[in-house]
Write a protein that binds this ligand. Structure first.
Ligand code: NOJ
Ligand code: CA
Length: 566
């Protein structure tokens, strides 16, 4: 497999095995079922699967409460099935990354059971304890409104334990060298089982100082370097994709100034401003967020996304901006969550409007980084707001119009399949969309193909090109003497957009449309004027017909070359 910096020009697809495909008819998705769907995924064109937690777990936080790091939850299969799955992926040129959830364990984990059993236990110091209720127990909850405290008294332990998340997720004492060694061992284990890296859960909390006396937690960034170092010793091309919803000013701490910490990070900053742009038709704060998160080491990469398995967190917008997004996409209280976000899936948020869905995805695929999409979004799946918290957007994949969407033969699926309304499986399913050349599924496949053919996005340098119209976002990428340009109209009305392409020498060049025959020629002064339909978008290659010639003597096999952006 091509190795060097493969994550620079990739399309990630996130799924959870339990709701993807059930092979043995017990109602729970499993590795055998997933294995049968790999050809589908290969056809879609995704290059990397991000597999959500599948280890043994009481399942109180959808698997983010692990009770054994070295196994597979028997509901999903065996370790053997897992290795068959990674092998099946490798055969198809698909990589797998898995969640690394080491901020906390489940309270059912044997380490915690031992730790709580006695102060003398060698595992006691693997967790974070206090004799008295700490003064800040009512602060710092990640799930406000649902989670009451960050410290809970444990009768058996006769002490208070710290939990940044739910009370059944005691935090590991990550400054304990034994815990640190165990984290490396977990990584080494799964690398050996065939994965190409990790989506690291809750990174800022993993590396924060923890304890009853800690008032303001301090991030121990050096820990990130040791994780990466270990990983690279074990398998040079393995990566860590960090979940860290942080401010741009600390991005470099996470990537490492020398590119020696996280390989990838989710760009939450751009994500929130992107939803603001979709809601307000003002793209300026989004452009600003893109520029603010531009600095990164040459080998580092952003992971961009629209919706994920959690709520859409709007906590970093201003109050006014947040109100605009709530108003547009989650006006009802039942749609909102944790006092800061929206828990719906993308399609219902956008009113099922195909034009807006295309705009959102076209934008995602052209943001500076690697795109991460979520299972079901390729067919425009909906949500079920009757399910609690984030479960509303985690319902089973809709494969066909057979009972339970062809997900299972059981009458008791792990979560109910959406079977009512416009997003019910009879209307929205893979089988139906596969047959329809104009379906969202087939559109997504074409866009992914084109995204992979434009390595400038993943590798190049970008600039936002000035226009007078706040509803239009024009972004240009340059890499190895090739340039591409993308235009998006956020407005619900057609817009005439004018701009000059940018760098000297490019004036007068043709913009070759990559998705249709509708090319753009500049006027005498080098200006392009486009008429974009409501929510319209364009993908162009800068440079007229000679670009084909030019490209033929440049090796654009981006994934195979360890070269860096300019
Ligand atoms: C972040 C995950 O994305 C979320 O689903 C989970 O509940 C928390 N971390 C706790 O692990
Ligand atoms: Ca099953």
């Amino acid at each position: 497999m091509i190795d060097d910096l493969w994550y620079k020009n990739s399309v990630f697809y996130c799924l959870s095995v339990g709701t993807y495909m059930d092979a043995n008819g017990d109602g729970i998705g499993d590795f055998k079922g997933l294995l049968r769907r790999l050809d589908y995924l290969q056809g879609l064109g995704i290059t990397t699967i991000w597999l959500m937690p599948f280890q043994p777990s009481p399942g109180k936080d959808d698997g983010y409460d692990i009770s054994d790091y070295y196994g597979v939850d028997p509901r999903y299969g065996t370790l053997g099935d897992f290795v068959e799955f990674t092998h099946g992926c490798r055969q198809r040129g698909i990589r797998v990354i898995i969640d690394l959830v080491v901020n906390h364990t489940s309270d059912a984990h044997k380490w915690f059971r031992e730790a709580r059993s006695s102060k003398e236990s060698s595992y006691r110091d693997w967790y974070v304890w206090a004799d008295k209720k700490p003064a800040n127990a009512g602060k710092g909850m990640v799930f406000p409104g649902v989670q009451k405290s960050t410290w809970t008294y444990d009768k058996e332990a006769r002490g208070w334990y710290f939990h940044r998340f739910y009370d059944f997720q005691p935090d590991l004492n990550t400054s304990n060298p034994h815990v640190q060694a165990e984290i490396l061992k977990i990584m080494g284990f799964w690398i050996q089982a065939g994965v190409s890296g990790f989506r690291m859960d809750a990174v800022p909390f993993v590396i924060a100082t923890k304890g009853p006396k800690v008032r303001t937690p301090v991030e121990q960034y050096d820990m990130l370097r040791s994780l990466r170092e270990f990983l690279q010793w074990r398998q040079g091309n393995a990566i860590i994709l960090g979940e860290a919803n942080v401010l741009p000013k600390t991005d470099m701490e996470y990537f490492g100034k020398d590119g020696d910490r996280m390989h990838m990070m989710f760009n939450f900053h751009v994500n929130q401003h992107l939803f603001y742009a979709l809601a307000s038709a003002d793209s300026r704060p989004l452009a600003k967020a893109m520029v603010e998160t531009k600095p990164r080491p040459a080998t580092a990469q952003w992971g961009h996304f629209l919706r994920n398995h959690d709520e859409l967190d709007l906590g970093r917008l201003t109050k006014d901006q947040r109100e605009v997004v709530f108003g547009a996409f989650g006006p009802e209280k039942t749609m909102q969550l944790y006092e800061r976000g929206i828990r719906r899936r993308l399609a219902p948020m956008l009113g099922g409007d195909r034009r807006r869905l295309e705009l959102a995805y076209s934008l995602l695929y052209t943001l500076p980084g690697t795109s991460v999409i979520r299972y079901g979004d390729e067919i425009g799946m909906g949500d079920n707001l009757d399910l609690p918290e984030r479960n509303c957007a985690r319902t089973p994949m809709q494969w066909s119009n057979e009972p339970h969407a062809g997900f299972t033969e059981s009458d008791k699926p792990v979560l109910p399949v959406i079977d009512k309304g416009p997003y019910g499986y009879e209307h929205v399913n893979v089988a139906k969309q596969r047959r329809d050349p104009n379906s969202l599924l087939n559109w997504t496949e074409r866009m992914i193909r084109m995204r992979k053919e434009v390595p400038e996005i993943g590798w190049g340098d970008f600039q936002v090109i000035a226009t007078r119209d706040p509803a239009a976002l024009v972004v240009r990428y340059d890499w190895r003497n090739n340039s591409v340009l993308f235009v998006h109209n956020f407005d619900d009305k057609p817009r005439e957009v004018s701009f000059t392409v940018g760098l000297a020498g490019d004036e007068g060049k043709l913009l070759v449309n990559l998705l249709s025959e509708d090319h753009s020629e500049a006027n005498d002064r080098g200006k392009h004027t486009l008429l974009l339909e409501a929510y319209g978008y364009r993908w162009y290659r800068v440079g007229g017909l000679d670009y084909l010639l030019k490209r033929s003597d440049i090796d654009t096999d981006a994934a195979g070359k360890a070269s860096h952006p300019a």
